[in-house]
Design a protein around this ligand. Structure first.
Ligand code: FES
Length: 124
């Protein structure tokens, strides 16, 4: 990852748009949360990019057992490989499993010029 020239730390490049297939493998990236590095991921769903901290709302461990494999078999939900919590890809709301009603932590990402960027300033 690198800062986008001319934008300072306003946004950080994650990957090329072409790396995110619809309901395909996600791309993992690291973010700084209050001075501590945490893992995150971005996926594409219904044409839009959505990013979250890679930390299950049930127990704070990473969702993907195989790196980047965040969708369930139906490819309609994000799923935690550990106990099977499944989440709405657009909102991160847990819809079933051990923690219904909780949320993944959503991160702000934008897609421009065939690139996907993380926007840390918009994530408090
Ligand atoms: S740790 Fe994710 S469902 Fe239990």
């Amino acid at each position: 990852m690198a800062d986008t020239p001319g934008t300072g730390a306003a946004r950080i490049r994650i990957c090329a748009s072409s790396e995110l297939a619809e309901r395909g493998l996600g791309v993992r990236f690291a973010v700084d949360v209050a001075g501590r590095e945490q893992q995150a991921f971005v996926v594409r769903f219904h044409g839009h990019v959505h990013a979250y901290l890679n930390s299950c709302a049930h127990i704070p461990i990473e969702l993907d057992y195989q790196p980047g494999d965040f969708f369930d078999l139906s490819q309609n939900y994000l799923v935690c490989a550990t106990h099977g919590a499944y989440y709405a890809p657009q909102t991160g709301l847990c819809l079933g499993g051990p923690c219904p009603g909780r949320h993944l932590t959503k991160l702000t990402v934008v897609e421009e010029d065939d690139q996907v960027f993380y926007c840390p300033a918009r994530n408090g």
